[in-house]
Design a protein around this ligand. Structure first.
Ligand code: PXL
Length: 268
C-alpha cells in the first residue's frame, strides 16, 4: 500500500489548467506525494486573455483548512496565489501553527505570466510580515525578489545576492531565487541562500515561449522533495531537472499561453 507524504497547496485555481493548484497537484502526483488543496481564489480569462480574480470567502477557506489541517494532517505545505491581506494573514497563522517538522514553502506569487501587472501590490508587505518568518524556503523570481527585498530591479548576480540577504533577514530558512531570463539567456541559473552560503544551480536553458506554470511547478516540486526528506541541494537538483524536462515538452494551449508538461518529468 502506498505510504505517501501528505502535502497541501494553499493557492488559487488557474482555470486554464497550467498554473496554480492545477500545476501543484499535477506536480505532487508526479513527484510521489499525496496532494490536497485549500483554494483561495479562482482566476478566469476572457477571450482576449484578460484575467479576472475571484477571491474565495474567508469562511470557505477556513472550512477547507479545517478539513486538511485538523481532519487529516500534513507533512508539507506550499502557498501560492493569496489574493488579499486577510487571506495572507490567515495562511500565515496556519503555517505558524504547524509542527516545526512540517516543510513550508512560500511561493510569493505576484503576477501571472501573460500579464505584467502586479495584481495585489499591497500584499507584498503582508507576505513579508506574515508568511516569510515561517518559511522553510521562499521561491521568488527576480521581480518578486526585488519587491520582497525592497530593492531596484535585479540585473546581475551581485544584485541578486544583495536581495537574497535582505529577504533572508525577514525570516525564511532558505531563499531560493529563480534567475530567469535577466541573468543569462544561455543557461538557467537559480541561487539558494541559507544565511551562510550561496549555492548556485545551473541547467540548460530551454528556449520556448510556453512557460506557463513553470514557477508553480518549481515550488511544488521543491515542496514535494523537501517533504520526502531530501536536502535543499538534492531537492533543488531534482527540481531543476524536472522543470527542464517539463519545459522541453511544453505546448501551445491557445494564442496566449502554453503550459509546461508534467508528464515529461523523467526522474522516478
Ligand atoms: O503563475 C502564477 C499563477 C499562480 N496561481 C494562479 C494563477 C497564476 C497565473 O496564471 O492563475 C491561480
Amino acid at each position: 500500500m502506498a505510504n505517501l507524504k501528505k502535502v497541501v497547496t494553499i493557492a488559487g485555481s488557474d482555470t486554464s489548467g497550467g498554473a496554480g493548484i492545477q500545476a501543484d497537484l499535477k506536480t505532487f502526483q508526479e513527484r510521489g506525494v499525496y496532494g490536497m488543496n485549500v483554494l483561495t481564489v479562482i482566476v478566469t480569462m476572457d477571450k482576449n486573455w484578460n484575467h479576472k480574480v475571484f477571491p474565495i470567502d474567508m469562511n470557505t477557506i477556513k472550512e477547507q483548512a479545517q478539513t486538511v489541517f485538523e481532519g487529516i494532517g500534513v507533512d508539507g505545505v506550499k502557498t501560492g496565489m493569496l489574493p488579499t491581506v486577510e487571506i495572507i494573514e490567515y495562511a500565515g497563522s496556519l503555517l505558524k501553527k504547524c509542527d516545526s517538522s512540517v516543510i513550508k514553502v512560500v511561493d510569493p506569487v505576484m503576477v501571472c505570466k501573460g500579464t505584467d501587472e502586479v495584481l495585489f501590490p499591497e500584499n507584498t508587505i503582508a507576505m513579508q510580515k506574515h508568511l516569510l518568518p515561517y518559511a522553510t524556503a521562499v521561491t521568488p523570481n527576480l521581480f518578486e525578489a526585488a519587491q520582497l527585498a525592497g530593492v531596484a530591479p535585479i540585473h546581475s548576480l551581485d544584485d541578486l545576492k544583495e536581495a537574497a540577504k535582505k529577504i533572508y533577514d525577514l525570516g525564511p530558512k532558505n531563499v531560493v531565487i529563480k534567475g530567469g531570463k535577466a541573468l543569462s539567456d544561455k543557461i538557467s541559473i537559480d541561487v539558494v541562500y541559507n544565511g551562510k552560503d550561496f549555492e548556485i544551480f545551473e541547467s540548460e536553458k530551454i528556449n520556448t515561449p510556453y512557460t506557463h506554470g513553470a514557477g508553480c511547478t518549481f515550488a511544488a516540486s521543491l515542496t514535494a522533495e523537501l517533504t520526502k526528506g531530501k536536502s535543499v541541494t538534492e531537492a533543488m537538483n531534482i527540481t531543476k531537472k524536472c522543470i527542464t524536462d517539463a519545459l522541453k515538452e511544453s505546448f501551445k494551449l491557445n494564442e496566449y499561453v502554453g503550459p509546461v508538461y508534467h508528464k515529461a518529468f523523467s526522474l522516478k
